[in-house]
Design a protein around this ligand. Sequence first.
Ligand code: HEC
Ligand code: HEC
Ligand code: HEC
Ligand code: HEC
Ligand code: HEC
Ligand code: HEC
Ligand code: HEC
Length: 607
Amino acid sequence: MDTRILLFASSLLLMAVVGSVIASSTDEEWRGYQLRYYEIAMGRASNDTVKAALEAGGLEIRQDMLTGFSEEQRVDRCRTCHMAIDDPAFVDGQEPLRTHPDIPHHSFDEFGCTICHEGQGRALDSFYAHGQDEHCLHPLRTGSMIEASCARCHPEPYLDETPHLRAGRQLFDDLACGGCHTVRGVSRGKDGPDLSSVGERFHTEYIQESIRDPRANMAMSIMPDFHLDERDLQDLVVYLSSLRGRSLYEDPVTLRTRNREWKAEEPPTVTPSVAQGENSLEASACLACHELGNADGGFAPSLDHEGLLRDSDWVARHIAEPRDQVPGSSMPAFWMSASERQAIALYLATFDQVEPMARPAEQFRALCARCHGQHGDGKGPIARNLLPLPRDFTNARFFDWLPESRAHEAILHGVPGTAMPPFAELLAQVSAPPREGPEEGDSGDEAGASDMDGPAVRSAGARQAAVDLFAFVRAEFIGGDRPERSTTRTIPDSNPVAFTRASVQRGKAEYRARCYGCHGLAADGKGPNAADLAPRPRDLTNGPFMQDLGDSRLFESITYGIVGTGMPSWDYLSESTRWDLVNYIRAVSETGPSGTDQSAPNEGEYQ
Ligand code: HEC
Ligand code: HEC
Ligand code: HEC
Ligand code: HEC
Ligand code: HEC
Ligand code: HEC
Ligand code: HEC
């Protein structure tokens, strides 16, 4: 054996020993790799020049000082361990001593490593260098995650070389994420946090968990859980991680100007026509959530009969601000011109036909099960995305107590402020038997309403259908006959305590002492105990819901509680205190009598 190699090896050994004494333990790691590198490289060296070059190299920290790409100076010491990165002899080597996959156009001298791989460039210990400590925001990127880095210099439309990034970007559109989230230059949602720099501010794992389980951090979040498979989830994470807020390929001045122009832009106006509405609905990814015809996002109500449920004004307003009408809604408030909303509403209004289905069982399956569940247990496929939750018909205590008339009312006119839609018009049509040809036309008693009949007949037909439908629900799910109400309740018709600032203040104090654990400090139904209850505590700020209720219903519910739910009875509070609570609820839901009292409180002060 060549004595020179022996000599070289022993001197290295000596250096290593001395080094390990002097250096802290974290330094040892890289020395070990460098020794191994020389050892293997020497063994493989094909000629003397290579050997000589190797001999000339000592154990040293190797660093790339990088100033390109308008960043502050970056120092990458990765090559201290990853010595074989550009040595073709190490293609079958073991990390960190392995040849880098070919990346033409990007020399290590110019690009370093962390601009693609993240991690901490200066660290000399693989644990820290790879960003494995929990404080490191940007841990090592490998595999498809590297594509998030390519985007920093190769913006949209992305390169063919970054398929996962492209797929993630597409999913962001297809799943209507942009309906709720702003990404500068891409989308303008305002219901969720701005994600323009989400990749800069958050750890990959946090981003991933935010999408996988939106309720992990916030039990009552409106952010939808799309039940994505791992591949789609990963692609979205790649895309979101690429969003760094600042750009490496644009100078700050151009970037700011572009952002400002983008912010000032108005949504495009369109001709409000049915055809335009169809296009807009398509383009807005509404069917990422909704069902319509053959498409079904599986997340939100069916729009198949929307023309029979809501008028187009209501629909247009719902697209503008869903939470004005349904405060717990998880539908995004779209950035859209009034004319485009109107176009969509016109298009949805054309869905005003429903095939006749005579039997309540069929009606239930087609119209109710998506929310209330095939088995009536309130666990329909989209139930978890609704707040308040659909009623659970197997909750016999609640439904034995609930006046039948209220159930019929709910079916016909909906429950305002919730996802429960009004079915009156639809039931009028659905309960009509299939229209026969005129020659067989025999308008017997059993014939329901049809387009030919007057409104009174139609409404009577609808009412009968609602009664039959609820009778089916009772027989099928609630079970048993409805028991007689055992107690008689005496409830005053109107509130004897005037709606004054003083009364609201007393109500507020009482509320803070007794109610916030369930209904929340802001009275929005999101108290600390809320997530454990089904049905959830009512959002007392829900204007449309409260507007629909009289003071006596509120007083009754507070006094006696609501059977079969978590809402307890407060009959031991003095009567005037209970009325103060009613006034407080009127104030927070902005449904107090207006103009009757000069000192009438306004909403903001009492939340
Ligand atoms: C102290 C030595 C050391 C330093 C410094 C170091 N690495 Fe590593 N690296 C390793 C070792 C050892 C492995 C193989 C074992 C492992 O994955 O941890 C490795 C593996 C890797 C891998 C492959 C990981 C995988 O899961 O496939 C990448 C990529 C990588 N390093 C990048 C970097 C980058 C970028 C830096 C600089 C920020 C760096 N390394 C700094 C020692 C180091
Ligand atoms: C221009 C971007 C870019 C730069 C700069 C870059 N890499 Fe890579 N690196 C990649 C890509 C792309 C892969 C292949 C990833 C894959 O397909 O799994 C890769 C793979 C690797 C691997 C193998 C592990 C794996 O995931 O396959 C290691 C180790 C590695 N790089 C280390 C480094 C080090 C050390 C530097 C700095 C000297 C560096 N890279 C610079 C883009 C880059
Ligand atoms: C820090 C900025 C930066 C990053 C990060 C980066 N590139 Fe590049 N890339 C460049 C520059 C600059 C060029 C032009 C280099 C030249 O031709 O001299 C280039 C050229 C290319 C080209 C040649 C075709 C073309 O469009 O010019 C491809 C392909 C490419 N990059 C792919 C990638 C991939 C894949 C990644 C991520 C693994 C990546 N790049 C990451 C800056 C970057
Ligand atoms: C209905 C509105 C809505 C939609 C649609 C929506 N989100 Fe969210 N998202 C939110 C809200 C609100 C938050 C704030 C935290 C919370 O309430 O959970 C959030 C939080 C996040 C976060 C965490 C960000 C942070 O700053 O904490 C990420 C990441 C995220 N969303 C990604 C997505 C993605 C990806 C999609 C599409 C698949 C999506 N969101 C769809 C409303 C929405
Ligand atoms: C992130 C999921 C999601 C997206 C995207 C979405 N919605 Fe919704 N939408 C919902 C949910 C959940 C409800 C039920 C709660 C409510 O009424 O807001 C709903 C309710 C509705 C209703 C009321 C149905 C009824 O009669 O009670 C209409 C109309 C509607 N959406 C239209 C649209 C249109 C048009 C778009 C596209 C511009 C759209 N939605 C996009 C989730 C979504
Ligand atoms: C889009 C979802 C959805 C559909 C479809 C739906 N419901 Fe509901 N339903 C709800 C929600 C949400 C509630 C809870 C309202 C509340 O919190 O007071 C509810 C409540 C009810 C109630 C109780 C009303 C009360 O005052 O407590 C009845 C009865 C009812 N639904 C019957 C039906 C019937 C029958 C159908 C089919 C014709 C139907 N629902 C279709 C969502 C839906
Ligand atoms: C243990 C939890 C809990 C506490 C404490 C609680 N509530 Fe409730 N509350 C509920 C639940 C659950 C509902 C929803 C019942 C339902 O689905 O109809 C509700 C519903 C309501 C409603 C709606 C009534 C209706 O007729 O629909 C009002 C008003 C109300 N609560 C007021 C109060 C007030 C005022 C207090 C304090 C004095 C209070 N709650 C304390 C759980 C609670």
